[in-house]
Design a protein around this ligand. Sequence first.
Ligand SMILES: *[C@@H]1O[C@H](CO)[C@@H](O)[C@H](O)[C@H]1NC(C)=O
Ligand SMILES: *[C@@H]1O[C@H](CO)[C@@H](O)[C@H](O)[C@H]1NC(C)=O
Length: 594
Amino acid sequence: MPTPRSLLLLLLLATPFLLLPHAASASAPTSNPDIDLEYLIKNAGLDDAPAATATDDPEDGAPNFPDLDADYEDDEEDLFGDDDGPEESSHSHSSAADEAHVLLLTAANFTAILAARRHVMVEFYAPWCGHCRALAPHYAAAASALAADGVDVALAKVDATEEHELAQAHGVQGYPTLLFFIDGVPRDYAGERTKDAIVAWISKKLGPAVQNLAAVDDVAVLAFLDHLSGAHSDELAAASRLEDTVSFYQTTSPDVAKLFHIDPEAKRPSVVLLKKEEEKLTVFDGEFRASAIAEFVSANKIPLITTLTQETGPAIFDNPIKKQILLFAVAKESSKFLPIIKETAKSFKGKLLFVFVERDNEEVGEPVANYFGITGNETTVLAYTGNEDAKKFFLRMVSSIIVQESTMFLTKIFLLVNTQEFAQDFLEDKLTPSYKSDPVPESNDEDVKVVVGKSLDQIVLDESKDVLLEIYAPWCGHCQSLEPIYNKLGKYLRGIDSLVIAKMDGTNNEHPRAKPDGFPTILFYPAGKKSFEPITFEGDRTVVEMYKFLKKHAAIPFKLKRPDSSAARTDSAEGPGSSTGPEKSSGSNPKDEL
Ligand SMILES: *[C@@H]1O[C@H](CO)[C@@H](O)[C@H](O)[C@H]1NC(C)=O
Ligand SMILES: *[C@@H]1O[C@H](CO)[C@@H](O)[C@H](O)[C@H]1NC(C)=O
């Protein structure tokens, strides 16, 4: 369940522009705890802009073009100045000679052509549209150029004013709309509407383009095939569609294969994943199926260790692999630990993500350390189950080790063995989670008991007691208003041994059995039923309502003690209410002011 604390991390990772002005107030209140990471990332528009995307891909933005709706408006003016009927306009779309390689499609043959050709670009146009006319010569030239190069692609056009249904079925909202179909599956072309841009974009999508590989992509997949089309190529294309961020290339040339360290004698088909960083080449050894190839790419495309930044955050937290091992270390220490973690990472590729958090990095170090309850600069290794589950486990020994040059070798081996074991146990769910906790208070004899992460088991989960627990945040206004009322409740109920009124600062303490849903959250744990989910108090936050709630749900019936006259009055005043069940009384209950 998302909590305000996880939101903080999410904000940090997903919306730098929101976070930065507030970076100083790491524990600032957040008004909406219901936002989770996926939501934020999606809505911040960061999900489809990972670092691995080729930077020259025109899809990444076509700032030179007004949006389609604007075109539409523009062009409506053309409509009035244009007396031509659709027939004639269609001719003026461009001269027939130019369009030798542009197919005209209608509803009658659209499906057949798309089924027959693996790669088809379709322009939905309107005869009266000025931008369409401007595009026509470029489009025709692109079609001719691609045909001359023998690229397996068809460029086609559909008169959307004639083919309403077809246009509607493809979500056409302005003219021209360019869609690129791979095996019948469309994606938008939003690049520049020039011959060169269209040719380059399509070539990159379809061609081997190996000469650009290392320069363009951080990660790429290269397949060495017998044929550039056919079953294997189709599987590769299907895998490529499953994978958003990595470019796929195919070649039949042994020379190209050799260039990328594929043995030219190797059996085909073979697939390698190429990376810029260390460990440049990973060979696929699974069955040559789209899903297996895509899985292989997904597991291997990320670096052995990803350094956490605002840019890499989405790739880490959106990864299908949820379990993470995080290394927290200050920059100058990191060179000692990174190689060890990296070594471990090799054995857990595709199973665990390894993340490096630079402890003294201004943007991420402090807030992320806070999120995980890490104080100080000591190197820390931590396992984390991801934002949904949000369990964490510390590798104990790391923080206590001081790496001396003299004992470096032994230390490293020691660390490596421990990290490996830790990662393995994590993978097998054998670790005991750690939770953020304030120190256990030395004395705790107020009416309202103080609970911290470490003492929650002992106080709240004590089967012999009914326990009411308020989870609050120091900055929360409602919590501040509740405090005197809650203290009063504690005072009235003092002396009832079976009942504990308790509170916990939810910003510094956590426990899997006490998850706040905003602040304050008031939870009740009946005696003898501690293995069940607690009951949430949702009534008016008055002494009376909380009292009635306790009367109703307490596993051990209780009676107010009457140490003094004021408590006696309370009891008699509340007596009748206690039998009427939990329905809300009027908000301004005077007994609240007792
Ligand atoms: C599709 O049908 C239209 C109308 O019959 C025709 O003009 C056009 O040439 C056909 N296109 C192809 C590629 O066959
Ligand atoms: C952590 O390191 C930073 C910079 O290296 C330093 O400014 C800071 O005081 C250190 N904090 C602790 C708790 O040691």
